[in-house]
Design a binder for this molecule. Structure first.
Ligand code: NAD
Length: 419
């Protein structure tokens, strides 16, 4: 089967919004391209003494609003098309959230499960070394994404600082975000993306007289974003009916305990074998009747093939790009509402921004302060998108793009193009 191009999807979304808002044709040319694309083939010594070559990517889409910013993904599907798309989404996301960042994304094409911890450390360090000055605390700031975490950020930090003079090292701790707390991370960063999604959902529920306490929902992906979302929805009383990850899908009509499942996944590295729910097929998972579907895994999950299966009222996108253009059209036809990724999952980059600020100022904020600031930013972004959707009479994804493109267009018009 031909792999669906994720980048074509972003460009189609971009063109739709640009047409709707009548984006300046010259600025459209600039934003419709990435700025820099770095592809690095690098050698790493494996535990058995052999050398293996790896391919790593960093795509920098735009930095007119501030430094390039975006995660690093370790996954077999990482390739240039996907990284371009993810980098572009980061530009829109930062612009919607109202934070002074541009967009970038990177990754290495590998399956982390195939490597030992020390191999992953050497792969990470060698990639960081190879990236060299293509990243930097005021230039391009990586963060965690699929299959990367605080430990990997700590290795990147240590490698980057090791390449600096001793006098400069403490000025550069903000070269990555999503670090462990002790190494300069922020309280609240780990849960930030799920927390931000829940803040958006709360705002939507209040606007629509929707009772989250009686809601039923499905989660696809039970990693950082999926499991934090489920754990944060639990106190609301919402019921998790079915869940899917790379090891399979499970359902329990009586509800799945989000904390218990999280504890299981920590040990078993996937949901398969969890005794609190019964195995179901992918199609059964996607067809489960519920109020909400929260995709929090990978791209292209709601497509022309699968969108007709959904039996939900609202899709809340935790993942980047889970719905493609054909999937979007079917959801709209079927009257299924959607809160888009560039709004819902912005909590990660927002708290990354807070971490970066704390590092720059040598401060350490309390969790309450981080949460309160995140709440303000998420609700602000939610309202901008909601009001823009009403103003333009359009779907929320297009509205979110219009919010981002309006901000970017203004800056380009103010600054002009050199020379
Ligand atoms: P993660 O590695 O912590 O979790 C990924 C989850 O997806 C795992 O549970 C995995 O089993 C599941 N998965 C992988 N392949 C699957 C498949 N074929 N079918 C079903 N499930 C599958 O990653 P994460 O950080 O939670 O990221 C998830 C999504 O959220 C990605 O799209 C990522 O770009 C996006 N995102 C993450 C953050 C963040 O702060 N981590 C921020 C914004 C957006």
């Amino acid at each position: 089967m031909e792999k669906l191009s994720v980048y074509n999807n972003v460009i189609a979304q971009f063109n739709k919004a640009a047409d709707k808002m009548d984006l300046d044709t010259e600025i459209r040319k600039i934003l419709g391209c990435t700025m820099n694309e770095i592809i690095i083939h690098f050698p790493v010594i494996m535990d058995d003494g052999h050398i293996q070559m790896f391919t790593g990517y960093r795509v920098q889409h735009n930095n007119v609003l501030g430094p390039f910013k975006g995660g690093l993904r370790y996954h077999p599907s990482v390739e240039i098309d996907e990284v371009r798309a993810l980098a572009t989404w980061m530009t829109w996301k930062s612009a919607i959230a109202g934070i002074p960042y541009g967009g970038a994304k990177g990754g290495i094409q590998l399956n982390p499960a195939d490597y030992s911890k020390s191999e992953l450390e050497r792969i990470t360090r060698r990639f960081t070394f190879a990236l060299g000055s293509n990243i930097g605390p005021e230039y391009d700031i990586p963060a965690p994404d699929v299959n990367t975490n605080a430990q990997i950020m700590a290795w990147i930090l240590d490698t980057y600082l090791s390449m600096m003079s001793p006098a400069e090292q403490n000025r550069c701790v903000h070269v990555v975000t999503g670090k462990p707390i002790e190494s300069g991370g922020s309280l609240g960063r780990d849960k930030a993306t799920g927390q931000g999604l829940v803040f958006v959902l709360e705002a939507w529920a209040a606007d629509n007289a929707f009772d989250l306490g009686r809601a039923t929902y499905l989660v696809q992906g039970y990693g950082n974003v999926g499991s934090w979302t489920a754990r944060l929805l639990k106190p609301h009383g919402a019921k998790l009916l079915a869940v899917e990850d790379h090891t399979g899908a499970l359902a329990n009509p009586a509800g799945i305990d989000a904390n218990d499942l999280h504890a299981y996944v920590q040990i078993h590295k996937g949901i398969a074998g969890y005794s609190g729910a019964k195995p179901i097929t992918h199609r059964e998972f996607m067809s489960t009747k519920a109020d909400l579907f929260i995709p929090a895994a990978l791209e292209n999950q709601i497509t022309a093939d699968s969108a007709p299966w959904l039996q939900v009222k609202l899709v809340v996108e935790g993942a980047n790009g889970p719905t493609n253009v054909a999937g979007d059209a079917i959801l709209q036809e079927r009257g299924i509402a959607l809160l888009p990724d560039v709004l819902c999952n912005a909590g990660g980059v927002i708290v990354s921004y807070f971490e970066w600020l704390q590092n720059k100022r040598s401060e350490f904020w309390e969790l309450e302060e981080v949460d309160a600031k995140l709440h303000r930013k998420m609700v602000g972004a939610y309202r901008r998108v909601r009001d823009t959707a009403a103003q333009f009479g359009t779907d929320w994804r297009t509205a979110a793009y219009i919010v981002a493109l309006t901000r970017l267009e203004k800056v380009y018009k103010e600054r002009g193009i050199f020379p």
